[in-house]
Write a protein that binds this ligand. Structure first.
Ligand code: MRU
Length: 355
């Protein structure tokens, strides 16, 4: 199985009794691990994107639930810390549904444990085992997504991606970049065009970092250059990840994904969304029900440490919505779902692979 160990780094790990996060705000200049001392430090790390990407947030949320109750040996306080910890974690970033999925899984496990006996320290140990299992499952989901997506691609292939949907965004090899790694492992010749991804440069700082380490040729372009690359026939497929997929197939992903989907349609290039089924939220009937995170204006208004637009305000939605009609196919661990819609997605989630 393709995993993070084969890439030579861990996005997050539980080590020596604590959670460690590869600090993504420091990349590519520095590879350093953060060790949040408790839940407030982890929530702050999530908010400032030291750990980010929907599936990685799910894993961080799961481990965060362990931090929430760590050291507590009073059963009543343990239960209270479990419940409030879940609320604080889920509120840290609203769009990526995997955060709520990871936290919810641990919350349910914690409630079951707390109803059974009265030894909080053992409950905490059992929660840690559940968090590790969730993390391991995410790694396996990524490997399957990669394998399924690689089958869609020609050889050689030039892939355009946006943001970072790689190992840094998951507990495994990534979703969109999982497809890239799997295609490469299958012997295909792969080149990647990475949108730099304004305003925080997840494409330039993170996607380029991990692909370069893996020896996969990557070219970074300004987001606005995607249209001319597509028009010039320089792209065989666009592959992106997702933060949340509504029941009708609408996709929330990093801001700039929607214009990319429109451009791909205009130029007849397939637009694939690669995501685990844990990113599908059947409780959201369509994209309009997905909360879109609004981030601080300063992220847009600063350039190279100086004010870029003194006196101006900024609009800074972290994500946008791509209508399902623009998605050529959804790639999950279960297979490939062409032209996702409400019916197809329901069947896909129920276990019937359409691929
Ligand atoms: O704000 P970020 O960096 O957390 O946004 C991440 C993305 O938009 C990713 O494309 C998405 O989470 C999928 S990650 C496999």
């Amino acid at each position: 199985m393709l995993d993070q160990a084969s890439l030579g780094f861990a996005t997050l790990r539980w080590r020596d009794g604590g959670l460690e996060l590869l600090d993504q705000t420091a990349l590519p200049a520095e590879e350093r691990y953060l060790r949040p001392a408790g839940l407030p430090e982890l929530v702050a790390a999530i908010r400032r994107l030291a750990v980010r990407g929907a599936p990685a947030l799910g894993c961080a949320g799961a481990y965060g639930m362990v931090l929430a109750v760590a050291g507590e040996d009073d059963p009543v306080r343990w239960r209270r810390r479990l419940e409030t910890g879940a609320e604080e974690l889920i509120a840290a970033r609203p769009t990526a549904v995997n955060l709520a999925v990871g936290v919810g899984r641990l919350l349910a496990a914690g409630r079951r444990l707390a109803g059974d006996g009265a030894d909080p320290r053992r409950w905490t140990q059992a929660l840690l085992a559940e968090a590790r299992a969730f993390h391991a499952e995410d790694e396996a989901l990524c490997a399957e997504i990669g394998r399924n997506g690689a089958e869609l691609l020609p050889d050689p292939v030039r892939i355009l991606t946006h943001c970072n949907a790689g190992a840094l965004a998951t507990g495994g090899i990534g979703t969109a970049l999982g497809v890239v790694y799997a295609a490469r492992a299958a012997g295909r010749t792969v080149r990647v065009l990475a949108d730099e991804t304004r305003p925080l440069l997840q494409g330039a700082r993170l996607t380029a970092w991990e692909l370069t380490r893996a020896g996969i040729p990557v070219t970074v372009q300004a987001d606005g250059a995607a249209g001319s690359a597509l028009a010039a026939g320089e792209v065989d497929a666009v592959i992106v990840g997702a933060d949340r997929i509504a029941a009708n197939g609408d996709v929330a992903n990093k801001v700039g994904t929607y214009p990319l989907a429109v451009l791909a349609r205009e130029h007849g290039v397939p637009f694939y969304v690669a995501a685990p089924t844990t990113t599908i939220d059947l409780d959201c009937p369509d994209g309009s029900a997905i909360p879109i995170e609004q981030r601080p204006e300063e992220e847009v208004l600063a350039f190279a440490g100086a004010a870029a637009a003194p006196g101006a305000r900024a609009r800074n939605p972290a994500f946008d919505l791509t209508p399902a009609a623009l998605v050529t196919a959804l790639v999950t661990e279960r297979g490939v779902l062409p032209a996702p819609d409400r019916t197809g997605l329901a069947a896909h989630c129920a276990g019937a692979s359409s691929g």
